[in-house]
Design a protein around this ligand. Structure first.
Ligand code: SAH
Length: 342
């Protein structure tokens, strides 16, 4: 059985080649072929001798993700169903707004957190993705579109901080000049708020933006709708957010507005109070409805009133535009009916 060379980080690839009695720099050559020139076979690597290419082909595969389906709402919103080496499937989303082209990647097949309002939570958790499987979502979508994206967000299926090593490995490939070369300043990890994970990210040397899915200021409601909150209290998350914005990058708080659950002016007031003195941005996400879930998007007037209250309280706040509704490509809509069947 051939090993998949993509599973090696650059450092591991160097070790592997040295073990074969080869030069270390070949690892960098191969990396560039994989991530910059979309090589899926060693035969195309013309700066490597024919003899060596044949030897590599005998030892290693370069299997990656395969596009199994693509749904396009319009030129600016696409949802990809991607098949992994073992036949499991994940979804990734491409969105364009002005000159910003964003790919939203998944980091797990399914999600173990099971937030009640999120369609991904309806799926069984199958497994973590490998670093290359996460980066390969970006590579294959770019290749399919024939253009490059400007931003990558780890906001698709799964919880990035429960698969942190792979997410860090993927971030390295995505941002490396010999990898996909996307600016570190344009990558964001979104977490439901895993205290140990945020601490680990703080200890690491990775510079990535952090978005925290706060969603509910009332701890009891939060624990009910986001079971992960039972072991990860808000006060610890807020404390870490302050440290993160001081040591790394300014934190964004995501707040999914759900009708009659967290969309009142009292909720807005509590949110302002909670985030007082934390340099941060608030990203309001009007709930994206899903046919299999009972939750609703608030009326537009309610969303406006909530937004204005935050604005007047001097918070940097944006309402995230809903993209790809018709193809269920919005936040929390990645239920992958086809993933489950996959
Ligand atoms: N597990 C990570 C990343 C995946 S969810 C996290 O929780 O952040 C990405 C974002 O979508 C989160 O902010 C989540 O709260 C939000 N979300 C989930 N379901 C949603 C829905 N139906 N409508 C709008 N946003 C949703």
């Amino acid at each position: 059985m051939r090993k998949n060379f993509k599973r090696y980080s650059l450092l591991q690839a160097e070790h592997e080649l040295v073990k074969l009695g080869l030069e270390r720099y070949r690892a960098e050559q191969i990396f560039k072929w994989i991530w910059q020139k979309n090589a899926d076979d060693f035969s195309v690597m013309t700066n490597i001798s024919k003899e060596l290419r044949d030897r590599f082909n005998g030892l290693y595969s370069l299997a990656g993700v395969r596009i199994a389906d693509l749904q396009r709402e319009d030129a600016d919103a696409e949802k990809y169903l991607l098949e992994l080496e073992d036949g499991l499937r994940v979804e990734s989303v491409f969105m364009q707004e002005g000159t910003r082209r964003t790919i939203c990647v998944s980091c797990q097949v399914g999600c173990p957190l099971a937030c009640k309002f999120c369609a991904t939570g309806l799926l069984h958790f199958e497994r973590d993705l490998h670093a290359y499987e996460i980066a390969d979502q970006v590579r294959s979508i770019q290749q399919n579109r024939g253009d490059r994206c400007t931003n990558v967000v780890f906001m698709g299926m799964g919880e990035p901080l429960l698969n942190l090593d792979a997410v860090i490995g993927a971030h390295e490939i995505i941002s490396s000049p010999i990898g996909l070369g996307i600016s570190r300043r344009h990558t964001t990890i979104s977490t439901a708020g895993i205290v140990e994970g945020i601490e680990a990210l703080l200890r690491s040397s990775v510079r990535v933006k952090l978005a925290i899915s706060l969603n509910f200021v009332d701890e009891e409601i939060r624990k009910d709708l986001m079971p992960v909150a039972r072991k990860n209290p808000l006060k610890d998350i807020i404390k870490l957010a302050r440290v993160y914005s001081r040591q790394k990058e300014m934190v964004t708080f995501e707040y999914v507005l759900i009708r009659d659950i967290n969309d009142g002016i009292r909720d807005a007031r509590d949110l302002v109070r909670l985030l007082r003195n934390i340099p941060s941005k608030i990203n309001l996400i009007p709930y994206n409805e899903h046919p299999d879930l009972p939750y609703k998007r608030p009326k537009d007037e309610k969303i406006e009133a909530f937004f204005s209250h935050l604005l007047h309280s001097h918070h940097t706040v944006v309402i995230r535009k809903s993209r790809g509704q018709k193809i269920l490509a919005g936040c929390g809509q990645l239920s992958g009916s086809q993933v489950a069947r996959g």
